[in-house]
Design a protein around this ligand. Structure first.
Ligand code: B12
Length: 207
């Protein structure tokens, strides 16, 4: 891992981080190395947010930088992993909820761990998720939500999946700020994951 990179990213120096990422790729530095550093930086950002040193716009900025880094690095990962994708995962923030930083971190982690992720975005109605399941037959569906309001949207989504007769073919994991085991029971998902690492572990277990 590269301390300079980690510190620049934790300090939210977007241009420097993106420049350094391109420079590393050009020098042939492994994408695993770059992404490990990015992950370490995001951990620092999370801690600074918890302790009140960072505020909401900083979090959004960090999410943007992470997106930028992964966009630069992704084409190189795809080349290496095209033939050996481990499985298909649909990810969405449920209807009525537009929080996507947590979802995008999960997607990023699944992606770099070799899963084919279909990102449906935010405020996604149950019907769109059902359509996408029919289209790509994922092994896992990940529903994200940060609002209390998201509980019912998740419940409805899972009911729609059941109604379409697709529930038995897929595992459903949920996560996001307010989500816990009680919510999992309420919405009848297969598992709750507390963070992106948990999401990767669930996919490993299920696929
Ligand atoms: C950033 C933020 C926003 C940003 C979102 C930007 C974006 N692009 O996402 C903006 C400013 C847009 C926003 C808007 C609103 N927000 Co807001 N927001 C937050 C905040 C501060 C941080 C959330 C976040 O991104 N955290 C960072 C991530 C990385 O944290 P994380 O939870 O550790 O992420 C991990 C897990 O959640 C997990 N995970 C996430 N998804 C999934 C999915 C699966 C399948 C798995 C396994 C795991 C998993 O993995 C992630 C990575 O490790 C929270 C407060 C908080 N402390 O949570 C409020 C918060 C969620 N918001 C809140 C509210 C009320 C709103 C608004 C309604 C405000 C308003 N009046 O307009 C709107 C909602 C609009 C809407 N319809 O959604 C409330 C929700 C309260 C509630 N009980 O419903 C909170 C809790 C703030 C509060 N204390 O009041 N918000």
């Amino acid at each position: 891992m590269d301390e300079t990179f980690i510190n620049l990213m934790a300090d939210l120096k977007e241009q420097e981080v993106l420049g350094l990422t391109k420079e590393k790729i050009a020098r042939g530095v492994s994408h695993i190395d770059i992404l490990d550093s990015a992950r370490a930086a995001m951990e620092i950002v999370g801690k600074r947010f918890e302790t009140g040193e960072y505020f909401l716009p900083d979090l959004i900025m960090a999410g943007e930088i992470l997106k930028g880094v992964s966009e630069i690095v992704k084409p190189y990962i795809k080349q290496e992993r095209e033939v050996k994708k481990k499985g298909r995962v649909i990810m969405a923030t449920v209807e009525g909820d537009i929080h996507d930083i947590g979802k995008d971190i999960v997607i990023f982690m699944l992606d770099v761990n070799g899963y084919e992720v279909y990102d449906l975005g935010v405020d996604v109605p149950a019907e769109r998720i059902v359509e996408k399941i029919k289209e790509v037959s994922p092994q896992v569906i990940g529903l994200s939500g940060f609002l209390t309001l998201a509980f019912d949207a998740m419940k409805r989504t899972i009911e729609e999946i059941e109604r379409a007769g697709l529930r038995d073919r897929t595992k459903i994991m949920i996560g996001g700020g307010q989500i816990d085991e009680r919510v999992r029971e309420y919405v009848r998902a297969d598992a709750y994951g507390k963070d992106a690492i948990a999401a990767v572990n669930l996919c490993r277990k299920w696929i």
